[in-house]
Structures are given as C-alpha cells and as structure tokens.
Design a protein around this ligand. Structure first.
Ligand code: FAD
Length: 441
C-alpha cells in the first residue's frame, strides 16, 4: 500500500510512525515544507526567552533516523501543491530545486497544520513584525533578538502564545506591552480567571492594553485607538491561526463550520481514502457533539493514532474533544478543561458553579501555593461540564483529574469520593478536588 502524509511535524510525524507499527510493508512517504520534522513547536517561546538554550533540542528526530529505523521516506523542504483524487496522486515540489514530481497514494493523510494570522496594521510599519509558527520563524526571531538586543517589544494578542511570549520577553529584560482587542487576556477562560492572570502579568512588568486596537505604526511609535502611544523596537503578533485547508478545498473535500477539514470519527474526510488530523481538522465537542477544532498538540497526536489505526483496519473512534489546555504565566499556572461560562451560555445549558480557593497542599508545609479551582456542573444530573484552575502550584494535577473524571462520566459526588494520594508536600486530607465535590452537595 502507498501512503502519503502531508505535514511532517506533530500529527505528520506521529501518524507515519504509527502507520509503520501497524503496517510493516506499506510504502510511507512524508512531505514537509519546513526544514525540520517532528519538532516541539510548543517549546519555541522558551527558546526565544533563553530558558531552553538550544533550538536544536526541540528537534527530536531527523529524516535520516526515520529512514534508518522505520523505513519512512521523509522529504523536507517539499511542498504538496495539488491533490488529484481521480488518479489518487499528489503533485509535490522540491522547494530547493523547484523540481516537481507526482506521487501515487492508496491512502493520504493531511496534517498541514495552520498558518499564523497577520494582524491588521494600517500602512507599512517600519519596525520588524514577527509571528511564531514554523521552525524558520523561530530562527529569524532568535537572530533578531540576539543581534539587535531590542529594548522594547509589543505583543499583539493575549491568548496562549501571546502571554507566553510576553513572559519570555520579560525574562530577557525587554520592556513589554501587550494589546488584546477583547477586554481581557486569555478570553477562552472565565473572566475571573483572566483577571488573576492579568494581575500576574502587571505584577511582572507587562503593561496591558485591553479592549484596544492598533491604529498606526510610525517608525517605532505604535498608536492605539484610545490615543495611547507606545515606543517599540519590534512587534510579536499572536493573533490566531488559520487552518491550512487550501489543498483540501481545491480537492473538493468538505470544510466544516469551524473552518477546518470535515472528518468522521475515524478522521476520514469526505473522501474515504483521505484523512485529516491536527490543527487543520475539525472534530466534535465532547458534550454537544457539535463541530469543534482544538488546535493543540494532544488532539493532533490522538487523531494521528486514530487515523493510522483505521487505515490499518482498526475501529477505534475519535471521541469528542474537551479542549483541555494549560499554560504557565510567571509564577502562575492556568489550566482548563471542558466548557467555560461563555460556551455554556452560548449553548443555553443550565449549570451551577463551585469555586474553591485554598492552598495546593498542606499550608504548614514550606512548598505550598495558592490555588483557585472552579467547576461548572449540571444541577440535575450533577455531571461535570467544565473546570478551570489558576494557581501557584497544583493547577495541572487538578485539571487533569477533572479531565479524567469528565471522560469517565463521573459526577460532582464522585469528586468528593475520589481517594486522592495525600502527604503534606502534595495535597491535603481533603484535596481541593474533593472539597469542590463536597461544596456542591
Ligand atoms: P504542525 O505541527 O504545525 O505541522 C504542520 C506542518 O505541515 C508544518 O511544518 C507545515 O509547514 C507543513 N505543511 C503545510 N502545508 C503543507 C504542504 N502543502 N506541503 C507540505 N507541508 C505542508 N499546543 C499544546 O497543546 N500545548 C502548547 O503548549 C502549545 N504551544 C504552542 C506554542 C507555539 C508557539 C505554537 C505555534 C503552537 C503551540 N501549540 C501548543 C500548538 C501545537 O503546536 C499544534 O497544535 C500542533 O503542532 C499541530 O500539529 P499539526 O500536525 O496539525 O501541525
């Protein structure tokens, strides 16, 4: 069987590896535009901030290793230009030489990810503007930071990538402003949780401009719509992601309402010989079953496993997505899983909320931190609908417990009953998760 995979980073590297495990005799070819394969995209902000000192440490595998160990032919600096579904072939161009070639497939997997959106900035700004999506973006940005040693930077966008960039610029000593056109940072979270993160950013020297837009950039002066002027040396734009659907669209594959490539529970597109996974693919929400796209690494890797299994004859289905996520922001961690207040309101779902504020573990133990845990649940069935945690310690563990509880269809009563490991360094005899369960009774 000939299998072609388009995209060689998160989903592409994993799906091809899994395919080799399941199908020892298949001819597998992976086409990737970037100069590296399977690199840890999520580590890029920390390379810029100097916490990770070598960008090569983000690259865990090379095409040579894939060939030697797995007999998978990875062609980097190659771009898939066109899919011909009738002849089951892909037109591929070598970006370096310009040569093209047509490759046949029996099964095709699309994992082309997304492209960073560019912010709308009137005129032609005379200062550098960076986005961070590909390995090459990081190389360029890192070169600039090293050679120019900028004093002031502006981040546009207060989502995951924007806040991580702001933290990393601060650790380089860069005076940092952040603009978010929504009235708060991390707008995916509930407003009170965003508020805690905003305080933390300001405490750490990030000047926030919330509910504002850039009007103009004139040789280093950025003007906002409220008249504020900010002197900056560079702009880092983190204003979202466009799923890379061009190939799929031109091939006539279905595109769903979230803008991602439509898939069934086996990650098949509207053509049963073509699969789509990762940031470009549309899945379903765990609770509502409605179309949902979660452009995060867990989804890409899980979908890769499901698609590879199905190509090999397996029947494991992709369940709905919870959108579980986490981020570090200076001394705080913010995690969430399931539905937020906004999502629940949009769905007209009835819910009640428990907020529990405590220490992460025994208060007398030296290493403990503040933790705010918030859980939304259905008052009739007591099913858990979503949770958010922000704190100095232990937010990750509580969010992961609750994501597991949702998946296991546990209720708020079960949260009180989970027998959680306790010793003073880790928890309390009544863990915050247990307490949230008790408080809801
Ligand atoms: P990608 O990993 O982006 O791979 C797609 C590849 O396909 C790219 O190399 C692209 O160039 C290539 N491609 C596109 N079109 C073609 C074509 N026509 N021909 C050949 N190649 C093509 N997620 C988390 O869960 N946690 C995090 O902490 C986190 N941090 C992140 C930080 C940053 C700065 C960024 C940018 C992303 C982060 N993510 C994080 C998101 C995560 O990296 C993505 O969800 C994941 O990489 C998606 O995998 P993918 O295979 O769909 O796309």
């Amino acid at each position: 069987m000939d299998i072609i995979v388009i995209g060689a980073v998160a989903g592409g590297a994993t799906v091809s590896s899994q395919l080799r495990r399941f199908l020892p005799d298949a001819r597998i070819t992976v086409i990737g535009k970037d100069s590296r394969m399977g690199f840890a995209t999520c580590g890029m902000p920390y390379v810029l901030g100097g916490l990770v000192d070598s960008m090569d440490s983000l690259v865990s595998v090379t095409p040579e290793q894939f060939w030697d160990k797995k007999s998978i032919d990875v062609r980097l600096r190659h771009e898939a230009l066109e899919i011909d579904r009738r002849s089951r072939s892909v037109l591929v161009r070598n970006i370096v030489t310009g040569e093209t070639e047509t490759l046949h497939y029996d099964k095709l997997v699309l994992s082309p990810g997304g492209s960073a959106r560019n912010p709308e900035i009137p005129g032609s700004p005379s200062i550098p503007i960076f986005t961070l999506r590909h390995f090459g973006d990081m190389v360029n940005f890192e070169d600039y930071l090293e050679s120019e040693k900028p004093r002031r930077g502006l981040v546009i966008g207060g989502g995951f990538i924007g806040v991580e960039l702001a933290e990393n610029f601060r650790s380089l000593g860069i005076i940092t402003d952040l603009i978010e056109h929504n009235g708060r940072i991390m707008p995916i979270a509930d407003p009170d949780m965003s508020g805690l993160l905003e305080e933390e950013m300001e405490k750490n020297g990030v000047t926030l401009h919330l509910g504002k837009e850039v009007c103009s950039v004139d040789s280093g002066t950025v003007s906002l719509d409220d008249g504020t002027e900010i002197e900056v040396d560079f702009i880092a734009a983190a204003v979202g992601l466009e799923p890379n659907t061009r190939l799929a669209e031109e091939a006539g594959l279905g595109i769903g309402p979230t803008g991602g490539i439509e898939t069934d529970p086996f990650m098949r597109t509207s053509d049963p010989d073509i699969y789509a996974i990762g940031d470009a693919a549309e899945g379903r929400d765990w609770f509502t079953g409605k179309p949902k796209r979660v452009p995060l690494a867990w989804a890409a890797h899980r979908q890769a496993f499901i698609a590879a299994g199905h190509i090999a004859g397996g029947t494991t289905e992709m369940d709905g997505l919870l959108g579980t996520s986490i981020t570090k922001l200076f001394s705080l961690t913010a995690g969430m899983t399931g539905l937020s207040e906004k999502m629940l309101d949009e769905e007209n779902m009835r819910y009640e909320t428990i907020v529990h504020e405590s220490r992460s573990n025994a208060g007398y133990y030296p290493d403990n931190g503040k933790l705010r845990l918030k859980i939304h649940y259905d008052p009739d069935t007591r099913a858990i609908l979503g949770a958010q945690a922000v704190g100095e310690k232990g937010a990750d563990k509580r969010i992961d417990i609750i994501a597991t509880a949702i998946r296991g269809r546990l209720t708020m009563d079960d949260l009180a009953a989970i027998e959680i490991a306790y010793s003073p360094a880790y928890s309390s005899p009544k863990d915050p998760v247990n307490m949230a369960g008790y408080k809801s009774m």
